[in-house]
Design a protein. Structure first.
Length: 89
């Protein structure tokens, strides 16, 4: 009875899945509504699990499943919302 469950768990959680966290510099944020828009855009990217956006620091800290998305897609999402971003190193 437990065997089908174990098989499903193997399919659902790929062995190579890893959560990554990156910081994006979003210098064009200038008002209180900007972080809301940036967060909404990033939340629409498949695989994103956590987003913290700071107007004061002009950055977004994003955690995501690297088997579902990548940094380029995150950057594209903010750019499409009108807020170009770069990976902060």
């Amino acid at each position: 009875m437990a065997l089908p469950f174990l098989a499903l768990a193997t399919v659902v959680a790929p062995a190579g899945a890893a959560t990554q966290t990156v910081t994006l510099s979003v210098q064009s944020m200038t008002c209180a509504a900007c972080p809301i828009t940036v967060k909404k855009a990033l939340s629409r990217v498949d695989g994103v699990s956590k987003i913290e956006v700071s107007l004061e620091k002009r950055e977004a800290v994003v955690s995501f499943d690297d088997t579902k998305t990548n940094v380029q897609r995150l950057i594209q999402a903010t750019a499409n919302a009108g807020y170009p971003s770069d990976l902060k190193r």
